[in-house]
Design a binder for this molecule. Structure first.
Ligand code: CU
Length: 253
């Protein structure tokens, strides 16, 4: 992703969260996650629910700038120094194309640099307000690209294992090592990094699905479950090429 595109994404995200025209909808979208964090963790719900959530968020951002799509954070490529922010294209770079870095131990783990620093941005009142916090656990991640590829190559019959690896192993670890706001299930949706992490999980599901028709539809297509508080059923969010609202999502490297 180019520096220009990174800047554009961050500007748009920030604008959505503070501009009077969009802030209410930003709050509403964040609140979807706050209210559903339990249900959204069920195996039948986790993947399609988050796909829906990403789409809702992306739609909001695209009302501000229609060129914007949600980027993904492929942490598997950088397991030994995932927390680095010194290189130009590091996620945690402190300039206006990065998310800023770790929180300050001397200041309740408030983020003190980058576009989401304490002096430039704050959490919503529904998340308790105050600064965005991070508490990096600077140790290597367990799952590298080789491990991710192994998971992607699981055969159709191992769908449950695939799903559980995503929902448990791949999902939890980045939340945990980033710490702070991102690691508090009640307010994590208010942290800008959440979308990037979940976009990567969704991309992995998407890649699994593109292995073939059976892979595409193995996700409990018969589950008659509705997302709580919405008009959607899980099964409506299985096929990325045909999502509600005539939305089609593709991932690029
Ligand atoms: Cu999550």
């Amino acid at each position: 992703m180019t520096i220009e595109h990174r800047k554009r994404y961050i500007n748009t995200y920030k604008l959505a969260s503070v501009h009077p025209l969009f802030k209410k909808d930003y709050e509403k979208t964040v609140a979807l996650h706050l209210n559903e964090s339990n249900e959204a963790r069920l195996p039948e719900v986790f993947l399609p629910w988050h796909r829906w959530y990403l789409t809702e968020f992306e739609n909001l951002l695209r009302r501000i700038d229609c060129r914007v799509t949600i980027p993904f954070w492929d942490w598997s490529k950088n397991i030994h120094h995932w927390w680095r922010g010194t290189e130009n294209d590091d996620l945690w770079n402190p300039e206006d194309h990065g998310l800023g870095g770790d929180g300050s131990k001397l200041d309740n783990h408030c983020v003190e640099n980058g576009p989401f620093s304490k002096d430039k941005w704050s959490l919503l009142d529904v998340s308790g307000g105050g600064c965005l916090t991070r508490n990096f656990l600077k140790r290597s991640l367990v799952h590298d690209t080789e491990n991710v590829n192994k998971t992607l190559s699981l055969p159709l019959e191992k769908f449950n294992e695939f799903e559980e690896t995503l929902r448990s192993d791949y999902h939890i670890e980045p939340h945990f090592v980033v710490g702070g706001t991102m690691n508090n299930p009640l307010i994590s949706a208010n942290s800008p990094e959440l979308l990037l992490h979940h976009a990567f999980l969704d991309k992995l599901w998407y890649e699994w699905q593109t292995k073939g028709n059976e892979y595409q539809n193995v996700y409990f297509p018969n589950v008659p479950l509705k997302f709580h508080g919405s008009k959607y059923y899980c099964w409506e969010w299985i096929d990325s090429s045909n999502l509600p609202g005539e939305v089609k999502v593709v991932y690029e490297e």
